[in-house]
Design a protein around this ligand. Sequence first.
Ligand SMILES: CSCCC(=O)C(=O)COP(=O)(O)O
Ligand SMILES: [Mg+2]
Length: 227
Amino acid sequence: MPIKAILTDIEGTTSAVSFVFDVLFPYAAAHLPDYVRQHAAELVVAEQLAAVRADSGEANADSERCIEILLGWIAEDRKATPLKALQGMVWEQGYRAGQLKGHVYPDAVDALRQWHAEGYQLYVYSSGSIQAQKLIFGCSEAGDLSPLFSGYFDTTSGPKREAGSYQRIAAAIGLPGEEILFLSDVVQELDAAQQAGLQTIGLAREGGVLEGHDTVASFAVIDPARF
Ligand SMILES: CSCCC(=O)C(=O)COP(=O)(O)O
Ligand SMILES: [Mg+2]
């Protein structure tokens, strides 16, 4: 079955891990406390704070305690959906103010443009919220890459290390798994996608092999037509 859609991870795949850890996470840690204080009464933020209380098991946590919990989650890189939603809101302010520009490897920019021109449908699946995904590609160093993408998936589709998440995404895309190529730098994510019937290629940008998956160091050597 030929590949019709390509689903890509962001951190470590299209974009440098260092951009996420050295730029995005510190920006969120610096600005999230005041953002929460200023917007805690607004429904979109209040809903996420309610989810922080539920996920942490601290039903009576006030806004200041929620901020402490969120900063702890940033420090431990917890892929918690309410943290990711709030990070997306905070980053939006940084991108709009010109303080942030999304990093996307030049080889990924070139390949995504080529695959889009060749008629492949392109999708993103990241632990970052859909808002954060649209920002990193929409406000990237290479310009607005958002017209290349047909859709975005985040942890509201499920955790990235569970096969069921990829089954739900394939159903949402409307293609059998075998017609979707998933790209990631994390072997557990590739394993879960493979278990769901998707094709996989691992990205090891510093070299090495992702056990059980064809592995490359750059998008430049990926040929979706070979499947
Ligand atoms: C959407 S950019 C921010 C990335 C992020 O918050 C994150 O946790 C990265 O997760 P990924 O699934 O892209 O490895
Ligand atoms: Mg990744």
